[in-house]
Design a protein around this ligand. Structure first.
Ligand code: C2E
Ligand code: MG
Ligand code: MG
Ligand code: MG
Length: 295
């Protein structure tokens, strides 16, 4: 009843939490018009081969250029966008930007051009038209399908086995690569590893945190990473480590068998023009401060 709700709210009253909730609600309500007015842009963070430091691919990371609040992190709006379903339209725009930019790199750099890896939300995977849309997009932009990768969280892969499996089979059949994002932080039920057509696992940054210090490496973290790498390789998957911040960590991840790394050590998320400049120079840009909002 209203009375009980009222009492419950009194008991936990916390003004800062009210403010956060109001802000979240306000952002959420503003999303549809922001999508309609093209207020989103995409930055790209290099995925670097740990063996030779070459940029193999880039991950597309969306930002919201809010007219009053400035550039907003996806951590603030992806959740609300998923809850309201607007993620489907937003995700379509991200895919479009990503494929266009990747096509431009492909034109300039040919086979050495990086693939682009795009985060796809669970909701998008359940849209029956996704595969046809991606096919049309590749066709329209002229991007070869092997230059596109999609990143899905374990949550997306375990929600309802029917829909994701069909979509993933369709994307895979076209030549698009499939990556599991934030691997190891979702459900412990790993049966999807047997059932789904996968190419890459991205180890969540939290597993590499204990490997950052030059002197003191966390032995448990090392064993966990080593074991997850072995699991990935046993399944013929490429293993990418997220959140690589120090040279010591990159060296350790390489020793543990990780194939690729992504993180501030190599480069933050950058505008597409900076990616092109970096590719012309031939190496990642090197350490830079945090990239939450991407400069
Ligand atoms: P994610 O897919 O796991 O992306 C990696 C996040 O780690 C990015 O945060 C990236 O900027 C950050 N990061 C990069 N290097 C480092 C590092 O060395 N250390 C640390 N601590 N963090 C690093 P970002 O850009 O804020 O994105 C946050 C999340 O928002 C993403 O996590 C992804 O789940 C989601 N997201 C971003 N763009 C999209 C999108 O277009 N669609 C969907 N559905 N989700 C998106
Ligand atoms: Mg990702
Ligand atoms: Mg990730
Ligand atoms: Mg992560």
């Amino acid at each position: 009843t209203a009375k009980n709700e009222g009492r419950g709210r009194w008991a936990v009253h916390d003004p800062s939490r009210d403010e956060a909730e109001t802000a979240r609600f306000t952002l959420s309500a503003a999303l549809p018009s922001a999508v309609a007015h093209d207020e989103f842009f995409v930055l790209y963070q290099p995925l670097v081969s740990l063996a030779d430091q070459r940029v193999r691919g880039v991950e597309a990371l969306v930002r919201w250029q809010h007219p009053r609040l400035g550039v907003l992190s996806p951590q603030l709006f992806i959740g609300p966008a998923e809850e309201t379903g607007i993620i489907v339209a937003l995700g379509r725009q991200v895919l479009e930007h990503a494929c266009r930019d990747a096509r431009a790199w492909y034109e300039e750099f040919g086979p050495a051009a990086p693939f682009v890896s795009v985060n796809v939300a669970p909701r998008q995977l359940q849209e029956p038209g996704l595969v046809a849309e991606v096919a049309a997009l590749l066709d329209r932009t002229g991007l070869p399908s092997d230059r596109l990768q999609v990143e899905l969280t374990e949550r997306a892969l375990t929600i309802d086995e029917g829909a994701p499996l069909k979509a993933l089979d369709g994307l895979r059949a076209m030549g698009v690569r499939i990556a599991v994002d934030d691997f190891g932080t979702g459900y412990s039920n790993l049966s999807y590893l047997r059932k789904l057509p996968l190419d890459v696992i991205k180890l969540d940054g939290s597993f590499g945190e204990g490997l950052r210090e030059e002197e003191l490496s966390d032995e448990v973290d090392e064993r966990i990473v080593g074991t997850l790498v072995a699991l990935g390789h046993a399944l013929d998957l490429t293993v990418t480590a997220e959140g690589v911040e120090t040279a010591a960590q990159a060296a350790r991840l390489r020793t543990l068998g990780c194939d690729e790394g992504q993180g501030w050590l190599f480069a933050p998320a950058l505008p597409s023009a900076d990616i092109a400049r970096m590719l012309r120079r031939g190496t990642p840009l090197g350490p830079r401060p945090g990239d939450l909002l991407g400069a």
